[in-house]
Design a protein around this ligand. Structure first.
Ligand SMILES: *Cc1c(COP(=O)(O)O)cnc(C)c1O
Length: 361
């Protein structure tokens, strides 16, 4: 059996060339006689791998010199705690709750200090991004937190909120490297890589240097201090070495494809194919307010749970995997990350059209 079209929200599709190259290098990495999985993270060869990965990411995102790039472990979820432990100097932070991931981060922050809900879209099942143009933010808030792309609900902040001078912290797990970004607008940009960049087990944190201090909350474990990882260039302990190597290959793939501007064009083109169909279909409907639609995660429904289930089953049999919506939302969701080819979306829409015809009353 060949490769199918994988619409999983994460872990998710990776570029086939990257996987092929990793396969070719599996037993003998460029004449080392061993796999990257087997080599010391302190070896010269590995040092080149991690340094190149960082340099390529800096180039792709145009990351200024006063930001550190950290390759850490613990997934995006560990950052829910690490952020308040390191940044809550006044023990106060504002959260914009636009979905489950933002809510989890908000709840975690409450363990460490006063977490304030600045805005929320819970009233309409997180199907939109609340107006964040004039938020009421207490002066002594240490930061304003957002989940920039809501993986489960399919919404995206465009543009980021007006934080009125407060540090902006963003979870970009599901929109990482999907379009150009102005890093200088953020204090911290972080994301688990398993949505758009690489294998689960790596989380990338891009953090402005002045936010990296010794002054963490009492009891913060050494491993959860940004400073220890920054001072040691992500090699304080053994990093997720193989995962970082794959991320590095994906960065090179993005460069080859033309960088983030080209990624954005490609992603817009793919998303348009699907959204245009949802807007014209009599059976399938998108669930998100149009202006807040994500380019990466596209939830949709038929309005009939049985028909949804039939669609998911028949799509699977036809080679379109992981289209079932999140367990808390139901319906369907197509995640169309960077590595999803345009043909994957075209063929999915073709299949949806056919399904609609066959199942129309
Ligand atoms: C998947 C996801 C997470 C959780 O990531 P883990 O690495 O499993 O902790 C957090 N935030 C967003 C936006 C996600 O999509």
């Amino acid at each position: 059996m060949g490769r199918i079209y994988n619409f999983s929200a994460g872990p998710a599709v990776l570029p086939e060339e990257v996987l092929q190259e990793a396969a070719d290098e599996m037993l003998d990495y460029r004449g080392c006689g061993m796999s990257v999985m087997e080599m010391s993270h302190r070896s010269k060869v590995y040092e080149t791998i991690i340094k190149e990965a960082e340099a390529d990411l800096r180039e792709i995102m145009n990351i200024p010199d006063n930001y550190k790039v950290l390759f850490l472990q613990g997934g995006a979820s560990q950052q829910f705690a690490m952020i308040p432990m390191n940044l809550m100097k006044n023990r106060k932070a504002g959260y914009i709750v636009t979905g489950q991931w933002a809510k989890k981060a908000f709840q975690e922050a409450k363990i460490y200090g006063e977490a304030i809900e600045l805005a929320s879209s819970a009233d309409k099942t997180f199907s939109y991004i609340p107006d964040c143009s004039d938020l009421d933010i207490p002066e002594d808030c240490d930061y304003v937190y957002i989940c920039e792309n809501n993986t489960i609900y399919g919404t995206k902040f465009k543009p980021p909120p007006d934080t009125k001078g407060h540090t902006l912290v963003a979870d970009v797990s599901s929109c990482f490297l999907s379009e150009p970004v102005d890093v200088t607008k953020y204090g911290v940009i972080y994301g688990g890589v398993q949505k758009n960049i690489g294998p689960a087990g790596v989380v990338i944190v891009i953090i402005r240097e002045d936010l990296i201090t010794e002054d963490t909350l009492p009891g913060t474990p050494t491993m959860l201090k940004y400073k220890i990882h920054a001072d040691n260039n992500s090699l304080y302990n053994t990093p997720p070495a193989y995962g970082i190597y794959i991320c590095g290959k994906v960065f090179k793939w993005i460069k080859k494809m033309g960088g983030l501007t080209a990624m954005k064009e490609r992603n817009e083109k793919k998303a348009k194919i699907l959204y245009d169909f949802l807007d014209e279909s009599k059976m399938f409907k998108g669930t998100v307010v149009k202006k807040d639609r994500s380019l990466m995660n596209v939830p949709f429904v038929t309005g009939d749970a049985e028909l949804d289930a039939k669609f998911v089953a028949e799509a699977k049999a036809a080679g379109f995997e992981n289209l079932k919506g999140h367990r808390t939302v139901g319906g369907m969701r197509a995640s169309i990350y960077n590595a999803m080819p345009i043909e994957g979306v075209e063929k999915l829409v073709e299949f949806m059209r056919k399904f609609e015809k066959e199942n129309a009353e």
